[in-house]
Design a binder for this molecule. Structure first.
Ligand SMILES: [Zn+2]
Length: 73
């Protein structure tokens, strides 16, 4: 696995590396940016752009309001 710092494919800023409590970088790949982009994105874009787009996508494709799996019981 590569630990090179990557750029977010949405905002073009560096993706903040994830570190362990001792400060070791263990993850630099950010988040899956689909359906916005076929690439990797930072946490901020994931939370503000990608996740809302997924909700919209799911609710449009099923015609239902998306429910989290744990609410389905
Ligand atoms: Zn970003």
């Amino acid at each position: 696995m590569s630990l090179e710092i990557m750029d977010c494919c949405i905002c073009k800023k560096q993706i903040e590396p994830q570190r362990t409590e001792s400060g070791e970088i263990y993850w630099t790949q950010g988040n899956d940016a689909l359906p916005i982009h076929d690439g990797r994105c930072c946490n901020k874009c994931n939370a503000e752009i990608v996740t809302p787009a997924r909700f919209t996508d799911i609710s449009m494709s099923t015609g239902k309001i998306y429910k989290k799996p744990e609410e389905d019981k």
